[in-house]
Design a protein around this ligand. Structure first.
Ligand code: NDP
Length: 279
């Protein structure tokens, strides 16, 4: 049976084993997919040991995505632009690296009938997650993507990496009276309940607010968007499922059904906000 892992620290919260086992079941194949806690200094060694045991592939999560990027022999374009890898494939003695987070986001937006083409997009944050979504978003031909970050130099560095005149870096103060169709929260503020330094009128005038974080209640960002009357609000659960589906396809060549897994997870987490806000 082909063996897969997700490596991270912490890892007990990971839903990847459930998602991948479900993909395998509905695709009619047998795989073993386990979550493995990796000590901070042991990531590279653990990957090599897994390759020695004939492991086929692995997902990589916090805090190892940048180290996975450095470990690869070959990188996809999305991994190169993200400078981070969430999907490792072990093939013919080589480590191949990919980043499926961005495509996961785009597919989830599409699943929620969000049109990206010709839209003005605001991405909040310039960490690993933001970096990974810029190329797949650009491929959907938006009018513009503004990246706002507390540390402006990190937003500027992402723009420099892409050389694309649709991209602009901004501080939160500079956003001022900006008007954006889609706002994507790629900061970790929803995990810490920190307040995002973004003016309410910017949120209120958008059509779609997306938070990469998900949980059993609305994130503070989505709660604010809802209170301000934003039409469509979506959390990051679908992105999680869709990025997993892209990894599964890379490994097996099979494109799995994502809706049943999304439904199972949202039922277990108790998420009803998306439906509530669509109503
Ligand atoms: P990083 O740690 O790399 O980046 C965090 C970002 O949040 C930075 O831009 C940082 O700004 C910003 N930030 C943190 N605190 C504040 C604050 N108080 N005010 C303003 N900005 C703040 O994290 P990642 O990019 O890897 O992940 C971001 C989020 O996306 C996480 O919550 C993660 O769980 C989620 N995620 C979800 C996925 C999914 O599938 N649903 C996939 C990947 C990530 P600064 O640069 O100034 O420090």
């Amino acid at each position: 049976m082909d063996q897969y892992r997700v490596f991270g620290n912490p890892i007990s919260q990971s839903k990847s084993p459930i998602i991948h086992q479900e993909f395998a079941t509905t695709s009619g194949i047998d795989i073993e997919y386990k979550a493995q806690l990796v000590e901070l200094e042991q990531f590279e060694q653990v990957v090599r040991e897994f390759i020695d045991k004939q492991g086929k592939g692995a997902n990589v999560t916090v805090p190892f995505k940048e180290r996975a990027f450095k470990l690869c022999d070959e990188l996809s374009l999305s991994a190169q632009k993200a400078e981070a890898v969430n999907t490792l494939t072990f093939s013919n003695g080589k480590i191949l690296g990919d980043n499926t987070d961005g495509l996961g986001l785009v597919n989830d937006l599409i699943n929620h009938q969000v049109n990206i083409e010709h839209q003005n997009i605001l991405v909040l944050g310039a960490g690993g997650a933001a970096k990974g979504v810029i190329l797949p978003l650009l491929e959907q031909n938006p009018t513009s993507i503004t990246i706002a970050n507390r540390t402006l130099s990190k937003a500027q560095a992402i723009c420099n990496l892409h050389y694309n005149d649709k991209l602009t870096a901004s501080s939160y103060q500079e956003l001022m009276e900006g008007q954006f169709d889609i706002i994507i929260n790629a900061t970790s503020t929803s995990l810490t309940n920190a307040t995002l330094p973004i003016a309410e009128n910017i949120i209120a005038s958008s059509n779609v607010c997306y938070d990469m974080v998900y949980g059993d209640s609305l994130t503070p960002f989505l709660a604010k968007a809802k209170a301000l009357g934003v039409k469509t609000i979506v959390d990051g659960l679908g992105m999680l499922v869709e990025q997993a589906a892209e990894s599964f396809t890379i490994w097996t060549g099979i494109k799995p059904e994502t809706k049943p897994v999304y439904q199972i997870l949202s039922n277990s987490i108790g998420i009803s906000q998306i439906k509530a806000n669509k109503a």
